[in-house]
Design a protein around this ligand. Structure first.
Ligand code: F3S
Length: 283
């Protein structure tokens, strides 16, 4: 049996930078380190940081209680309003928003200022999308899927600039754009799906289409990992979604020739290695 691990599995550039930022502060001996929301959607990493004294701010109201320390903004970024609130605290704010997300904030801000309406293709309740929306003017819409694009009832006399959540499924983004075009919307499209996502998704799709069993490792709340699972499931019916090795209960028949492994952007290397070693040595 062969085991193939995707090259583009695990931490992307933006997540690596955000996580390292927090560990660096710990190493520097800083006390009172906070992250605004969990730094990544991975319980193992968040748990390790908690043990090292890093606290997670879940709600902006908690800011009123904090008088001293450093707050790290995670790679998804925050809304303009929250950034303002954070700055107003006078605490040390480290913005680890991924530059690819910052780029979308900039595009949306500039296009809105030119009078364009904005369409964000992504999950409405995802913090990254909430952040992007906050940089637009009043005319901003979120379309969550091609199905929702069919239901979109916008003003066809307006000019729309369309961007996407960085981790959106590229095929679904294309489909959404085609629907908006076919329905006669005047759209200018900026594909803001980040390369890390694009490479991760295409590679996962290629491996899953050859694999008998596919394992996707990712946090339960990680939307990019869920999307990977969705893509792989379409190509390989035996696709498993796990957070850590403990969740893996494989009972492989002898006929399995190829097991593929991939992981979302918030999965640390050591978890990928553990799963890989387990599959290699036990089957
Ligand atoms: Fe940034 Fe892309 Fe990762 S937007 S946080 S490099 S998935």
């Amino acid at each position: 049996m062969n085991v193939v691990v995707a090259e583009h599995a695990g931490f992307c550039f933006g997540v690596t930078k955000a996580v390292e930022t927090v560990y660096d502060r710990i190493k520097d001996g800083n006390s009172n380190i906070y992250t605004f929301g969990p730094i990544i959607h991975n319980e193992t990493v968040v748990g390790d940081l908690e043990r090292k004294g890093v606290k997670v701010i879940e709600n902006p109201d908690e800011l009123n209680e904090i008088t001293d320390g450093t707050i790290v903004i995670r790679s998804h970024g925050v809304t303009r309003q929250i950034l303002g609130k954070l700055t107003d605290t006078g605490l040390n704010i480290i913005d680890a928003t991924c530059p690819f997300v910052k780029r979308i904030h900039k595009i949306v801000g500039e296009e809105s200022a030119k009078g364009k309406s904005i369409i964000v293709v992504g999950s409405k309740s995802h913090p990254e999308v909430e952040g992007i929306v906050s940089y637009a003017g009043e005319s901003v819409y979120v379309i969550e899927s091609p199905e929702k694009a069919r239901e979109f009832d916008g003003d066809k006399s307006l000019e729309y600039t369309v961007v996407s959540q960085t981790t959106f499924n590229r095929n679904k983004f294309q489909e959404t754009i085609e629907i908006l075009n076919n329905y006669g919307y005047n759209i200018n499209v900026v594909n803001t799906i980040c390369n890390a996502t694009d490479e991760r998704q295409s590679e996962a799709e290629t491996i899953a289409s050859k694999a008998d069993v596919m394992i996707v490792i990712g946090g339960a709340n990680s939307s990019n990992s869920r999307k990977l699972f969705e893509i792989c499931s379409q190509k390989c019916i035996n696709t498993y979604f796990i957070q850590t090795l403990d969740d893996l209960h494989l009972d492989l028949p002898k006929s399995v020739g190829l097991v593929g492994i991939t992981a979302g952007a918030s999965t640390p290397k050591n978890i990928i290695e553990e799963v890989q070693n387990y599959v290699r040595t036990n089957f």
